[in-house]
Design a protein around this ligand. Structure first.
Ligand SMILES: [Zn+2]
Length: 286
């Protein structure tokens, strides 16, 4: 792919957010309803978006499902890219690089030895670059779990002094820092974020390597804005945007026909996503 990474879709989407100081949502989906809801919300809000899946999807649905997402995403009337989130196993990274992803997140949290982690991530970046695929990685480790991910017991916070060296040595294009954020924490856990640490990480990196926020449920709108003000340009969204959808499915299941469940479910799901697009400032940027 010539002119990489500028020609990459995720790069273009995230760097437009860098240029204009907003954040784009990385919407984690598990089924076709999630894919359709994200695309409809993005087109209706004229917002860019990133559709992301976990390796679980890669195995449960298989690579043709990634091709399905990419076909719809890449033919939408606004910029939408396809991303693999939290790729833990080296074998999954290998598989992902043969799929229609625009970008992947390499999760090196299984490496206790930092040097080993850096070497591994660097090797994935090299292979991904050959295929024109962008790479996001975390430095440190985030506590908690999401549907489809193993539980991490203990956080390891990102040292602002290490971020530049990590990015230079691995060649990653997007960085997910650990600053007290966690996946699926108790209500109010975002108040424990070490915002000064995040600020220092942002200052150390500047806008060359945009930051990615993980662990946004539960997270107040106020703290989301603090994160965006401190350099978060890709903000992952999972449970929050599908709570009303799942509630609708629970209430409608067994009463409504599947066609109605899907049509109305996607509509409800899309409305939730549109609210987040307005909050992140991506609305009208597509
Ligand atoms: Zn995450």
């Amino acid at each position: 792919m010539s002119n990489f990474p500028q020609s990459n879709r995720t790069y273009q989407i995230v760097h437009d957010a860098v240029k204009h100081g907003y954040a784009v949502g990385g919407y984690c989906v598990y089924n076709t309803d999630g894919v359709l809801a994200t695309i409809r919300a993005a087109e209706h809000s004229r917002s860019p978006a990133i559709i992301q899946v976990f390796p679980w999807t890669l195995h449960f649905h298989g690579p043709p499902f990634i091709q399905y997402i990419a076909t719809l995403a890449h033919n939408a009337s606004v910029p939408i890219s396809v991303h693999l989130d939290h790729c833990l196993k080296p074998s999954d990274a290998e598989l992902a690089l043969t799929c229609a992803f625009d970008s992947i997140m390499v999760d090196g949290s299984m490496f206790d030895d930092e040097e080993e982690g850096i070497e591994y991530i660097k090797s994935v970046v090299e292979k991904a670059t050959e295929k024109g695929i962008l790479v996001e990685a975390e430095l440190g480790r985030m506590e908690g779990s999401e549907d489809g991910l193993p539980k991490i017991e203990e956080s390891k916070l990102t040292d602002p002094m290490n971020v530049q060296g990590f990015v230079e040595r691995t060649g990653v294009h997007l960085l997910a820092p650990s600053f007290g954020n966690m996946h699926g924490g108790p209500v109010g856990v975002d108040k424990l974020w070490d915002v000064d640490r995040l600020k220092a990480i942002y200052e150390a990196l500047g806008s060359v390597t945009p930051l990615v926020l993980h662990g946004t449920y539960p997270c107040s709108d106020e703290m989301l804005k603090v994160a965006i003000a401190n350099g978060m340009r890709k903000v992952n969204q999972n449970r929050r945007v599908r709570l009303k959808y799942m509630d609708f499915l629970a209430r409608g299941s067994g009463k409504l026909e599947l066609t109605k469940l899907q049509e109305e479910g996607v509509e409800i799901y899309a409305q939730e996503i549109e609210e987040i697009m307005a909050l992140l400032g991506s609305k009208g940027r597509g």
